[in-house]
Design a protein around this ligand. Structure first.
Ligand SMILES: Nc1ncnc2c1ncn2[C@@H]1O[C@H](COP(=O)(O)OP(=O)(O)O)[C@@H](O)[C@H]1O
Ligand SMILES: [Mg+2]
Length: 432
């Protein structure tokens, strides 16, 4: 088969790495790809959101399956555009992708399907929104409706912060049309975890758990980022909790989309808060998380291409996913200044040494190749990933590999994976 991956981050690198292992693959392309992906796939200079050019490329190069990494092309309808041309693409169609493309749509859908989520109000009018937040209890959470690259949510501790968020989204329109509506919702307390499922519209399989680290600094301090690291499996997710999430959240969501006539194919990602009242949905995404994918996919046994074909063609009930018992930790190395401004073009050293360590893979997120050197080309630069028996060993191993890698003003969190210890300790205390 000829396969095209759309995207250019660490998520697309791990997809390329996993897809490459499939005996079904003949040619692998990635548009636009990055320096690391170029070692596994032929990179094609087409932007991930240039749907017309991607369709044309797929037609001309006899692509049998296109795998879409990021949300923007999915929300813009890339899968529909491919299917109209008789081309196969893994991911939801435009209407199903609204689960991520519109937080208002997602909240109303959850309400209709009785899926547990925070209490909420929707506003499309600044005065009404302000009148509401003046009377509200704090803390509360304000969200722009549409895609905002992970920057459209503010957790507000008082009215001043809430007014600032409303002004940014609705008056200064920093997210443009994505801020035409806002959600004001109850602030939930608990631990965050993501649960991902792959569906063919009717059947679905859960992936093994992973936990992301969104904040820039250790101990979850500082501003949100695209994700500073992840580990899998996440012990906060017990078998019992997983079952609850499957029955109360994933299954009703798949059934609800089916009932609405917009069956959900692809990856359904539920961002959850495990509250004292049980798991509640913070948001849905409609694709693999980045960097959760870098922590989960290395643990997946079997052929990902087969799973994706089953999702496109409706026979996921014939597929069983298996998981490596080892723990996997992915640490993201960033450019100094990220998530604010940063410089690019810095030479990266130590990649070979890090990659040569036991069961360690260096996924590239923002790099480009220049001759035989790799240069930084983004805020999140690399996702160093190690597998080992037990989370402690995986953490030790991954940081040994991280310490091999150097570039000017590089930094990373030093505590990725350590959240797992709390749950492991708690469980062993209960067992005693
Ligand atoms: N209702 C809520 N209560 C507490 N924290 C929230 C709530 N909603 C979102 N958050 C926090 O904000 C982050 C981003 O919100 P999310 O809905 O996942 O949007 P996005 O990923 O699109 O920015 C979450 O990971 C979580 O930390
Ligand atoms: Mg989120």
């Amino acid at each position: 088969m000829n396969i095209l991956i759309v995207g250019s981050g660490g998520r697309e690198h791990v997809l390329a790495w996993k897809i490459r292992q499939s005996p079904k693959v003949k040619q692998l392309y990635c548009a636009p790809g990055n320096g690391g992906i170029a070692e596994l796939a032929q990179c094609v200079d087409i932007a991930a959101d240039d749907i017309a050019a991607l369709v044309q490329f797929a037609r001309e190069n006899k692509i049998d399956l296109t795998v879409v990494g990021p949300e923007a092309p999915l929300v813009a309808g890339i899968v529909d555009a491919f299917e109209q041309e008789g081309l196969k693409a893994f991911g939801p169609g435009r209407e199903a992708a609204l689960l991520e493309g519109s937080k208002v749509f997602a909240k109303e859908f959850m309400h209709d399907c009785n899926i547990p989520t925070a209490q909420f109000h929707v506003f499309d009018n600044v005065e009404k929104a302000k009148a509401f937040i003046t009377r509200a209890m704090y803390p509360l959470v304000i969200k722009a409706d549409g895609l905002a690259s992970g920057k459209g949510v503010a957790v507000c501790k008082d009215l001043m912060e809430a007014e600032k968020a409303v002004d940014e989204i609705m008056v200064r329109k920093v997210f443009e049309g994505a801020g035409a509506q806002i959600i004001v919702e109850e602030c939930l307390e608990g631990e965050e975890v993501s649960v991902l499922a792959i569906s063919d519209g009717e059947h679905f399989c859960l992936l093994d758990s992973a936990q992301d680290h969104k904040r820039i600094f250790d101990e979850d301090v500082g501003p949100n980022t695209g994700g500073m690291g992840a580990y899998s499996p996440a012990p906060v997710l017990t078998e019992k909790l997983r079952k609850t999430i499957e029955n109360r959240i994933i299954e009703p969501a798949i059934r609800g989309m089916q009932r609405n006539g917009t069956p959900f194919k692809g990856v359904l990602y539920a961002g959850l808060m495990i509250t004292a009242d049980g798991p509640m949905v913070l948001e849905f995404n409609v694709r693999f998380g980045d960097p959760e994918a870098q922590a989960v996919l290395p643990r997946m046994k079997g052929d990902l291409v087969e799973v994706m074909l089953a999702s496109c063609e409706g026979w996921l009930d014939k597929v069983e996913l298996g998981w490596d018992k080892h723990s996997c930790v992915c640490v993201v190395i960033c450019s100094g200044g990220y998530p604010g401004e940063y410089e690019t073009g810095k030479e990266i050293s130590g990649l070979k040494e890090a990659g040569a360590m036991s069961r360690t893979i260096v996924f590239h997120a923002g790099t480009k190749k220049s001759g035989d050197k790799f240069l930084t080309a983004g805020g999140r630069v690399l996702g160093v990933t190690s597998l080992a028996s037990g989370i402690e060993k995986a953490i030790e191993q991954v940081y040994k590999a991280v310490d091999q890698i150097k570039f000017e003003r590089s930094f990373c969190r030093r505590d990725i994976g350590s959240k797992a210890f709390k749950w492991i300790r708690r469980r062993s205390e209960v067992a005693r």
